[in-house]
Design a binder for this molecule. Structure first.
Ligand SMILES: Nc1ncnc2c1ncn2[C@@H]1O[C@H](COP(=O)(O)OP(=O)(O)OP(=O)(O)O)[C@@H](O)[C@H]1O
Length: 262
């Protein structure tokens, strides 16, 4: 139905790292029940680019994203966000870092039902006691097509509109990096397309850094690069990805390792 060609202008090789994981280990549970969700994951996420994280179910995608975003701590290794070693921060400092430097978009939108779309978008600034930049707000609201829904509450918005409010909320603070966990998981294909188009545009036009966890090769093809995870480790990367190339890579990741091929 839709084509996703000509979305990715050729740009120079990235030079700045937005966030990186170095040999990160994260274990859930103890003893015989312990699960090593991350088992020495090392990855660098370039600034100003759109990176997708893919991998089979249970491969550690959400755990990695939560670790990179400072939502969770790790048991070994290091996370550096814009040069800040998250392991050196206390709980309060990590909370402030998330509030001031990171934006989040979740599959389930996570909007406050009693607030209007506008109030939801501005919430991170309200909580931080910061004034909104009217130009930034107007740009996000207009580009996301929310102008005539801005006084409505989430219950009066479609799923696609709610997710676009969530994206505006994530971007309103001008975060260093936006983490999106299956942002299109609850959207129909048309709403998903609109959302992905906007994320792509935020990277191309605003220089936003975006990291997105997804199961969907079509969604991942909007990214500049796909990072593949398997069994808690990075298992390769794909630049300028296409959906067929991602699919074929995923099929190999999910298949039993009989040939030793990678
Ligand atoms: N809170 C937890 N307690 C115990 N085990 C957990 C917890 N969270 C995740 N795990 C386990 O850690 C491993 C990695 O989980 P994670 O959610 O990061 O994988 P994923 O790749 O995001 O999976 P999916 O694609 O199914 O969402 C899985 O084996 C999972 O069962």
């Amino acid at each position: 139905m839709t084509t996703s060609t000509a979305r990715k202008p050729t740009r120079p090789a990235p030079t700045t790292v937005a966030v990186q994981a170095r040999d990160v280990v994260r274990t859930y549970g103890r003893g015989a029940a312990a699960v090593r969700a991350l088992d020495g994951a090392t990855v660098s996420i370039p600034a100003g680019r759109f990176t997708a994280i893919m991998g089979p179910s249970g491969s550690g995608k959400s755990t990695l994203m939560h670790a990179l975003a400072g939502l969770d701590t790790v048991d070994g290794g290091q996370i550096l966000l814009g040069g800040t070693d998250l392991g050196q921060l206390g709980e309060r400092q990590r909370t402030l870092l998330r509030r001031d430097r990171v934006g989040f978009v979740f599959q389930s939108f996570n909007l406050v039902p009693t607030l209007t779309a506008r109030e939801n978008i501005l919430l991170p600034l309200t909580l931080a006691g910061r004034r909104p930049d009217p130009e930034r707000l107007a740009h996000l609201v207009t580009t996301l097509g929310l102008t005539d829904r801005i006084r409505h509450r989430p219950g009066e918005l479609s799923g696609g509109q709610q997710q676009r409010v969530a994206v505006a909320r994530a971007l309103i603070t001008r975060p260093e990096i936006v983490f999106a966990d299956e942002p299109t998981g609850n959207l129909d294909s048309q709403a998903a397309e609109a959302l992905l188009d906007f994320l792509r545009q935020a990277v191309d036009d605003l220089g936003q850094t975006i990291v997105m966890v997804t199961h969907d090769p079509h969604a991942a093809a909007y990214a500049d690069r796909v990072v593949f995870l398997a069994d808690g480790r990075i298992d390769g990367e794909l630049d300028a990805p296409t959906a067929p190339a991602i699919l074929s890579r995923m099929a190999r990741l999910s298949a039993p390792a009989t040939t030793g091929a990678n």
